[in-house]
Design a protein around this ligand. Structure first.
Ligand SMILES: [Zn+2]
Length: 319
């Protein structure tokens, strides 16, 4: 089966980085070593490195991999050991690619500032406050939200319209932050790369990683464990930030009651189970420690209706 490529020549690292052409500073020390000790010694050095570091023949490192790392170290990612900086960098690349081809984001400063304020408040109260977060509103009437990696969260305008108040919107954003703090997209990217057989022992090259990241952002297979974990953490972050935690199960209940429940529910674990687990967790929080903010429906409605002239049920424009 042919996989779509982001660039036509992304499949073959040898083509992209032909041996014999040196443009990267990575190779200069190797050149000096060649001058001093000759090619034979270097080949022996590389060969012994391979023997020592290769755990099994199925993961044998070939010379293409080694030259890839030497020439292009930063573009090959070890997904099992991705640094925060690399994750943010990948998130930025995926974001750029998504906006180039798949989604349109709303750039109105009021909308951007409103959602970003909420998102940053929640991110500060998350278990991973030390990476930059970016919250963007997608020009789409469907009730949906998603996250990629490295702090990138996307909320559809349709979801903002469907929520009754700021605490409900915040509950969804918290859930997405939960996916980021637990690195769910990174883990799924690793699994998919292995399943597609595109990750070498050296790692996954950038264009493949971005391609998989875009696929996952648009059509992520929902793992029940990941979703329940994001609910659980999302509720914690929501409450820590001072929002009423009850808003999250209330929003799910509202979506469930809708005449045509949005696909976001059918792609997630059973909504009844999610609501029950959230309610049980809220019951464990002492009344005095429960957040109370974000419940003013009139204020929220006025703000949102001033921005978006769509109805979530049928996506028709209001007259
Ligand atoms: Zn989710």
């Amino acid at each position: 089966m042919t996989q779509p490529h982001l660039s036509p020549d992304s499949s073959d690292p040898q083509t992209r980085f032909p041996i014999g052409e040196c443009s990267s500073g990575w190779l200069f020390p190797l050149r000096r070593a060649v001058k001093r000790w000759g090619y034979g010694a270097i080949a022996l050095l590389l060969a012994s490195t391979i023997v020592v570091s290769t755990p099994s023949t199925s993961q044998a490192i070939d010379f293409g991999d080694i030259f890839n790392i030497l020439r292009n170290g930063i573009r090959v990612y070890q997904l099992s050991n991705l640094s925060d900086r690399q994750e943010v960098e990948l998130g930025e690349q995926i974001d750029r690619q998504l906006k180039r081809s798949q989604i349109r984001v709303i750039t109105s400063p009021d909308v951007v500032a409103y959602v970003d304020d909420i998102g940053q408040r929640l991110a500060r109260n998350s278990n991973r406050p030390n990476i930059p977060y970016q919250f963007q509103v997608v020009r789409d009437a469907k009730v949906n939200a998603f996250a990629t990696m490295g702090g990138f969260v996307y909320i559809n305008a349709g979801l903002m319209v469907a929520a009754d108040n700021e605490a409900q919107l915040s509950g969804v954003i918290s859930h997405e932050i939960g996916h980021i703090t637990e690195r769910h997209a990174v883990n799924q990217m690793r699994q998919r790369a292995i399943a597609q057989g595109v990750a070498s022992a050296a790692g996954l090259d950038r264009s493949r990683a971005v391609q998989i990241g875009v696929e996952l952002a648009l059509n992520r297979p929902k793992s029940r464990r990941d979703e329940l974990e994001a609910d659980d953490l999302g509720l914690t972050y929501l409450n820590r930030a001072g929002y009423a935690p009850q808003a999250l199960p209330n929003f799910l209940r509202k979506l469930l009651r809708a005449s045509s429940p949005p696909t976001i529910l059918s792609t997630h674990p059973n909504t009844g189970d999610r609501i029950a687990l959230l309610e049980a967790k809220i019951a464990q929080i002492p009344e005095s420690q429960r957040g109370k903010e974000g419940l003013n429906e009139l204020e929220y409605r006025k703000r949102i209706d001033g921005w978006f002239k769509i109805t979530p049920a049928n996506s028709q424009r209001r007259r």
